[in-house]
Design a protein around this ligand. Structure first.
Ligand SMILES: Nc1nc2c(c(=O)[nH]1)N[C@@H](CN(C=O)c1ccc(C(=O)N[C@@H](CCC(=O)O)C(=O)O)cc1)CN2
Length: 305
């Protein structure tokens, strides 16, 4: 048996096309244009790549983008004052502050300064609380993307056992809430879990979000499991030769031993090309959602999650 490879790029492409059509219909109907502000602090190379991808996707969807780049010496007070300006800017419907932030800035203070109805990352305390209590909220983009892939792959998730490896605020925690809401039995493993393999072996659905390359072994997987790999780890790839600086070239791998897992799982997301592209498509979806909510109208049915 070889697992089906879940093509996140293709799924994201379809979602982005629908979003683009929706945004274009807003303009034709004279309703205005959704706007997304993206704030980057410092020069973390991975963050720069993700922010560029987000801005490109935003523009391709016809959403207005506002890009703001601060030196990593910016003070917390200046950053908070800037977020406050975005909160009151009527052209900005969604605000995203790229993480991680430099160590001298209190990440939670910045996230919680974003107006909850513009918090398209779904990280604000109010949105976290709403998700945990089953009230309408913005859902963090990566877990939302994972859920869409799972629903398309498996249909109804009710009664399935789902093991999440990793319990970050960006992925593991909200993923657990979403799977609970979808009536799964949810197990969560974290760095102090004594036998992560024992939790993974019970799972019909595995969400790997630990940030440890190859952590999830094939013999941990239940035959026929559906595996969603959220890990994005850059590792040395000596087989690709040397870079200009003489160091081995690198490649991206997930948290799952992908090649071995193919023989056990029923379906699996690749890295790259799995969850990552869905994260960006879901950011656009949340931005359209923010625009609709702020205009007091329902989100178009074709974009229902
Ligand atoms: N404010 C936020 N910060 C961060 C988030 C987030 O959702 N909001 N998530 C991550 C990073 N992230 C989005 O920002 C992200 C990660 C990966 C990808 C992606 O498309 N990955 C590609 C590979 C890209 C590459 O070649 O490097 C893939 O998996 O195919 C998109 C977004 C942390 N910060």
């Amino acid at each position: 048996m070889t697992a089906r490879i879940i093509d996140g790029r293709e799924r994201a492409h379809r979602l982005r096309a629908k979003i683009k059509d929706t945004v274009s219909s807003f303009k034709q109907d004279g309703l205005g244009t959704p706007g997304l502000a993206v704030v980057l602090v410092g020069s973390d190379p991975a963050s720069e790549v993700y922010v560029r991808s987000k801005l490109r996707a935003t523009e391709e969807a016809g959403i207005q983008s506002f890009s703001h780049h601060f030196e990593d010496t910016v003070t917390q007070a200046d950053l908070l004052a800037f977020v406050e300006r975005l909160n009151t800017d009527p052209a900005v419907h969604g605000i995203l502050v790229q993480l991680p932030l430099p160590a001298h800035i209190d990440k939670l203070a910045v996230i919680n300064a974003i107006a909850p109805d513009k918090d398209v990352d779904g990280f604000h305390l109010e949105n976290v609380g709403r998700l945990a209590t089953g009230q309408p909220s913005f859902i963090p983009c990566t877990p939302l993307g994972c859920l869409m892939l799972l629903r398309e792959e498996l249909g109804d998730l009710r009664g399935r056992v789902a093991t999440i490896v990793g319990c970050s605020n960006i992925v593991g925690h909200p993923m657990a809430e979403l799977l609970l809401k979808n009536e799964c039995t949810v197990l969560i493993a974290h760095e102090y879990t004594r036998d992560t393999g024992a939790l993974v072996r019970q799972a019909d659905i595995v969400v790997a979000a630990a940030g440890v390359p190859g952590l999830i072994k094939a013999d941990w997987l239940k035959p026929g499991a559906c595996v969603i790999d959220v890990g994005i780890n850059r590792v040395a790839a000596p087989e690709k030769g040397l870079a200009d600086d003489g160091a081995p070239k690198t490649k991206l791998v997930g948290d799952v031993d992908f090649a071995a897992a193919l023989a056990v799982a029923d379906a699996i997301t690749p890295v790259p090309g799995g969850v990552g592209p869905m994260t960006i498509a879901c950011l656009l979806l949340n931005t359209v959602d923010a625009f609709c909510t702020q205009a007091g109208r329902a989100k178009p049915a074709c974009l229902a999650a």
